[in-house]
Design a protein around this ligand. Structure first.
Ligand code: GLP
Length: 263
């Protein structure tokens, strides 16, 4: 990651290579923090990243790591296999050997989810803020569960999921109606407050969102355009997700954007 560039895009042949490079960026950023705090995303995009981190780090190196998940469904039992509690446990905490007491996920089953969201925001601040936030991107450009229209100054809060998001996440539930309608998500200001951002987007289905994120107007209509305002954001793509972006030699690319191809 390079200071002073708003968005760095690195394109790899496939999702595994993108994940491996993203994992190296995460490990490097964490190693320079004194009391490292990592923000983690769920979804399929960061799975190669987590696998690569688990394979390459020295055992025990993450014993004092504090971890905050991006989001959680509202009204889901934390023990449900598709709750983000369970997903973070399965894909991050267990493979990385994290101390469960240091892994935080919003409490979507709290009687008052709004209060739980506010508590979560305070807990992130109390931990000293997030050093590295890992992010995926929704097909509609969402970050966490900040759907299009989410204010850039939003904090952790309860949100309603877009129909497109419920449809995309129906693959994890017996039927689409079973996908929760609401979630607690870190806000866009919460995400932007992280000292560095590592974003991963792979596959055809992300190509339009990646194009909008990279070259579209910076606007709440595409929450991912917020990444272009961050001083330390790096995006790791496979060819399929990058395929709509004009080549980095093209004159109409933002001068504050760098693309590197790793064939
Ligand atoms: C989910 C999560 C996001 C994630 C996105 C993309 O609904 N709330 O944090 O980045 O959608 O998911 P995937 O990587 O599976 O495409």
């Amino acid at each position: 990651m390079t200071r002073g560039l708003s968005l760095r895009l690195e394109v790899f042949d496939d999702a595994e290579a993108a994940g491996a490079a993203a994992a190296e960026a995460v490990a490097a950023a964490l190693s320079s923090a004194t009391r490292p705090v990592l923000g983690v995303a769920t979804g399929s995009s960061p799975e190669p990243l987590y696998r690569h981190l688990a394979r390459t780090v020295t055992p025990g190196v993450f014993s004092d790591l504090e971890v905050f998940a991006l989001d959680e469904y509202v009204g889901i039992d934390p023990a449900h296999p598709e709750s983000y509690h369970s997903v973070v446990d399965r894909t991050v905490s267990v493979p990385l050997g994290l101390d469960a007491a240091r892994v935080h996920v919003p409490d979507g089953s709290a009687p008052d989810p709004h209060a739980a969201a506010a508590r979560y925001e305070r807990a992130i601040v109390a931990a000293g803020g997030i050093d590295v936030q890992i992010l995926g991107i929704g097909g509609n450009g969402h970050l966490g569960f900040n759907e299009p229209g989410s204010p850039f100054d939003s904090e952790t809060r309860v949100v309603q999921l877009a129909a497109e998001t419920r449809n995309a996440n129906a693959r994890f539930f017996p039927k689409e109606d079973d996908v929760p309608t609401h979630a607690i998500t870190q806000g866009l200001a919460t995400i932007a407050a992280a000292r560095s951002l590592v974003v991963i987007a792979t596959g055809e289905a992300k190509a339009a969102a990646v194009l909008a994120m990279s070259t579209g107007e910076i606007s709440v209509d595409c929450p991912a355009t917020l990444l272009r305002t961050h001083p330390r954001a790096a995006v790791f793509l496979d060819r399929a997700a990058a395929r709509l972006i004009p080549s980095f030699e093209a004159p109409d690319l933002s001068e504050r954007m760098v693309m590197e191809f790793h064939p």
